[in-house]
Design a protein around this ligand. Structure first.
Ligand SMILES: Nc1nc2c(ncn2[C@@H]2O[C@H](COP(=O)(O)OP(=O)(O)OP(=O)(O)O)[C@@H](O)[C@H]2O)c(=O)[nH]1
Ligand SMILES: [Mg+2]
Length: 514
């Protein structure tokens, strides 16, 4: 067999065989000026090339390192306390970042006041004075354990709203007129928070917000700019996994431009609130409102109680939200928000990615892309919600929904290796409800004749969640359960440290096995 040199290319006019060398070679007629310019161009091209190579190298390194990061999912139904728990992590590991966004929380807090005011007025206006039906869907048995048993409760024989309905109507009409500037402010605040995007299924007490709302309210990036939106794009709420830093930068830029205008809006609303203080107090303290609440014709959420009880302080001029205010403030998460913390555990610094998800039914599909590489889950189940129903589906009891959701999480194959922590949350509200005489067996028939006391109620719920776990535990994983009130900073600091250590131990064990 013989070998022959490759025939020269048709474009090649010389003998070295490489058409590119010939192409790149400077023309023989190149002047000194042209030569200098060419060398500069070549140096610049090399610089760009080198920096791209550097970026690729750094990306590879980041990817290699990120495989060693810990990924923790916060899961649970809407209002279960996931974002509040995330704030507690933030307080513990990046306390300065909460200060940076403190003022932006006024937007949420003012909204948390304006919306219940509207709902109180609507309830007073729409409830006939002789309407004393109670809680339409009172009784309930967890459907995972026993057949559902929804039964309407007999109408109570309480007195009518007021001895003089017409004077009540007049009082309400006057208050509505006086509070109209605040009612008008509600939709402006909602627009500010949601970026003008309306999403169907927003709860009665909230608006959906995407990550980065802080920038829209105050022109400040969240947590030193490290929070990332993970929804697919400006108007996509699907929570497609992937970084959207460009979009965040765009939002930040928009926010900076709009900053002075937005501050003006907040200052205006602050002065409306200050001027409305006496009217709000009059409305809030009306005996008719109390009766509507007792008869459950008006259901206000915990944050409405908190902020209306703290009205004088919150509506005073120059108000700056306290940490407790921020923990009680409510906005509904849309999609999945990633928060990054560097934690030192036993002398080793590990990067933690906390994923705070939207818990409403319409949001849950966006969780799935985060399942396959999750190291740990904290599932939050609000145990005070035994007498509440989903905003998305008013016939579903919230404890039932939590049990169903927990079952799906326990049995999900993608999550079978993830460390599993359960927070039976809102125990403070559970205690308050039981102390106020709310009967568990009225809403959960299977509770039967057990004592209507905190320890017995908590033990009952804990046993049901443990049973769901046991029945869906092919991989023999341990369930770590904590009774929590995630607004209680002192208690949460030790619980978070405890959970962090147990997740970290599991992480080290699995790293050793790989
Ligand atoms: N009193 C009390 N309030 C709580 C507790 N946990 C959460 N909350 C309040 O409940 C409301 C809802 O909490 P979030 O943390 O926003 O709920 P979430 O799970 O993030 O809800 P989504 O974003 O809709 O999925 C907020 O006003 C919190 O302050 C608790 O243990 N006790
Ligand atoms: Mg949330």
């Amino acid at each position: 067999m013989i070998s022959t040199p490759r025939p020269p290319s048709v474009h090649s006019s010389n003998t070295d065989g490489d058409p590119f060398t010939a192409f790149l070679r400077p023309p023989a007629s190149e002047t000194e000026h042209e030569r200098v310019a060419r060398l500069q161009r070549e140096a610049e091209a090399k610089r760009i090339n080198d920096s791209i190579d550097e970026e690729i190298k750094a990306d590879r390194e980041r990817l290699r390192k990120s495989k060693q990061d810990i990924r923790l999912l916060l899961l649970g139904q809407a209002e279960s306390g996931k974002s509040t728990l995330q704030k507690q992590f933030q307080l513990l590991y990046t306390p300065g970042s909460l200060d940076a966004e403190r003022l932006s929380w006024r937007t949420v807090i003012y909204f948390n006041i304006a919306r219940p005011i509207r709902r109180i007025l609507e309830a007073l206006e729409s409830t006939p004075d002789n309407d004393n039906d109670e809680d339409e869907f009172a009784e309930f048995t967890p459907s995972d354990l026993l057949p559902a048993n929804l039964a309407p409760v007999a109408a109570s024989d309480e007195k009518s709203l007021s001895p003089s309905a017409s004077s009540l109507e007049k009082q309400v009409a006057v208050l509505r007129a006086r509070l109209s500037p605040l009612l008008a402010a509600e939709s402006q605040l909602a627009d500010r928070l949601s970026g003008g995007v309306n999403v169907s299924g927003s709860g009665r007490g909230s608006v959906f917000v995407r990550t980065g709302w802080q920038s829209r309210s105050k022109g400040l990036p969240f947590g030193r700019g490290r929070e990332r939106a993970t929804s697919g794009g400006r108007f996509s709420f699907s929570g497609n996994r992937g970084s959207t830093e460009d979009r965040d930068n765009g939002l930040e830029l928009q926010a900076r431009r709009a900053d002075s205008e937005e501050d003006k809006l907040i200052l205006e609303i602050a002065s409306i609130l200050y001027a409305s203080q006496a009217d709000i107090r009059e409305l809030w303290e009306m005996p008719a409102v109390k009766r509507l609440r007792e008869r459950r014709r008006l259901k206000l959420e915990e944050w409405a109680d908190y902020f209306l009880d703290n009205l004088v302080r919150v509506s005073s001029p120059g108000y700056v939200p306290t940490t407790e205010d921020i923990l009680h403030a409510r906005i509904q998460t849309m999609g999945v928000a990633e928060h990054i913390f560097d934690m030192s555990v036993h002398g080793r610094t590990v990067r933690w990615h906390l994923y705070d998800v939207g818990g409403a039914r319409g949001q849950r599909h966006s969780w799935i892309p985060y399942f396959d590489d999750a190291n740990a889950i904290i599932f939050l189940a609000p145990v005070s919600a035994f007498d509440q129903y989903l905003d998305e589906d008013p016939r579903t009891n919230r404890v039932d929904d939590s049990l169903q959701l927990f079952k799906q999480i326990c049995s999900n194959v993608l999550l079978k290796r993830a460390h599993l922590v359960l927070f039976l949350n809102k125990t403070d509200l559970l205690k308050a409800k039981l102390a106020a005489g709310v009967k568990v067996n009225k809403y959960i028939t299977s509770y039967g004749d057990r004592a209507n006391e905190y320890d017995a109620v908590v033990a009952y719920f804990k046993a049901h969640f443990a049973q769901v776990h046991r029945r869906n535990n092919e991989s023999n994983r341990v369930l770590f359960t904590h009774l929590t009130s995630v607004v209680d900073t002192k208690a949460m600091q030790s619980i978070i440290t405890d959970v962090r250590d147990s997740i970290f131990r599991g992480y080290l064990k699995s790293a050793a096995l790989v």
